[in-house]
Design a protein around this ligand. Structure first.
Ligand SMILES: Cc1cc2nc3c(=O)[nH]c(=O)nc-3n(C[C@H](O)[C@H](O)[C@H](O)COP(=O)(O)OP(=O)(O)OC[C@H]3O[C@@H](n4cnc5c(N)ncnc54)[C@H](O)[C@@H]3O)c2cc1C
Length: 303
């Protein structure tokens, strides 16, 4: 058995009662199926436990990395020294606040949130059905699809700062822009988000969700590990179209490749490393820039 590090011993002593795993492979927690071990991975069961972990981190002068469903991250092959906090199975629950508003905890998947709204006959989250991440990750990223975006429906967010204190931010304070929110700078953690929706016919909402899911499965390589769109939409074009026009579908580096089905997706063909994916994204971005003078920037968060 591997001997515990000093940091692992300290976290175990400080965080009794909270689920901790040592040397936990990040590949098990990312949709790319890539990533070496986290020195410590914590699985808080609720907001109080999350707050306790953050207070301990401040005391130990360590800055934990936050993981949702891991569907938009490229985790390093060498793993993460220190602490990763996994929120996917924590912070669950959804409630109706008024006729047209709902509150969703950060660990709920966006698909479940969309279904919850649909069951209440509330329209506005159809676009989020099929985005495989959590509401926390979606708010952080201002996730969007098919013309919808989190920032269009999110009216407020409850966040926890790195000292474990909770406060509310309005939509304006969230500083949303394309695939970005102020949380990227502040480091605050999403605890829950409120959504203002529009009353509509449940069957019509569900039909729309079905239609969008059909579009996804027809166009995206959902059978292979990926992190969704590898690149942000550049000004003056679409990443997938530019990659396609550059003849880069199927372009491969080690076990990583540009999907033959969708030029915007980088996929793990089996055994891809984070290095392979990084090299792939860099080479593709360079080739597209050479051909079209447009620079593609990664959408996937490279840790
Ligand atoms: C097949 C596939 C299709 C996809 N389609 C879309 C799409 O249509 N549109 C789209 O926008 N995205 C899409 N994605 C990407 C991804 O699902 C979204 O970006 C999603 O919002 C990420 O959520 P997550 O919980 O997986 O976050 P993670 O991948 O776990 O984390 C992403 C970032 O958010 C941070 N984060 C996570 N949770 C929190 C929290 N509670 N508080 C603060 N920060 C947090 C992390 O630190 C990290 O920096 C797709 C991915 C896949 C694999």
């Amino acid at each position: 058995m591997t001997e515990l590090t000093d940091f692992q011993r300290k976290t175990a002593a400080f965080l009794t009662g909270i689920e901790l795993r040592f040397h936990e492979p990040l590949a098990r927690h990312t949709s790319f199926r890539i990533g070496g071990p986290a020195e410590v991975m914590a699985f808080p069961g609720n907001a109080e436990e999350l707050s306790k972990i953050l207070k301990m981190s401040a005391l130990l002068d360590t800055n934990p990395v936050i993981l949702g469903a891991g569907t938009n991250v490229l985790a390093p092959d060498a793993g993460i020294p220190g602490l990763v906090i996994c929120l996917k199975d924590c912070l669950g629950g959804m409630e109706r606040l008024s006729d047209t508003t709902i509150r969703v905890m950060a660990g709920v998947t966006m698909t479940r949130a969309a279904v919850f709204a649909a069951n209440l006959g509330l329209s506005g989250l159809e676009f989020a059905h099929g985005i495989p991440g959590t509401v926390g990750g979606g708010v952080y990223m201002n996730a969007g699809a098919y013309g919808g975006e989190i920032c269009q429906v999110c009216t407020g967010v409850e966040v926890m700062d790195r000292q474990g204190n909770v406060r509310r931010l309005t939509n304006a304070e969230m500083g949303f822009s394309y695939r970005h929110s102020v949380l990227e700078e502040s480091g605050d953690i999403v605890v829950s988000a409120d959504f203002a929706l529009i009353p509509s016919d449940e069957a019509v909402i569900k039909e729309k969700m079905k239609e969008l899911m059909g579009k996804r499965s027809a166009s995206q390589p959902l059978d292979l590990p990926s992190a969704g769109s590898a690149f942000k939409r550049p000004v003056g074009g679409y990443a997938a179209a530019l990659i396609d026009q550059a003849g880069l579908k199927g372009y491969t580096v080690g076990g990583a490749a540009i999907s033959t089905k969708h030029g915007g997706f980088a996929v793990n063909l089996g055994g891809a490393t984070a290095r392979n994916v990084k090299d792939l994204l860099k080479q593709v971005s360079d080739i597209v820039f050479e051909k079209f003078g447009i620079r593609l920037e990664p959408e996937v968060r490279i840790w």
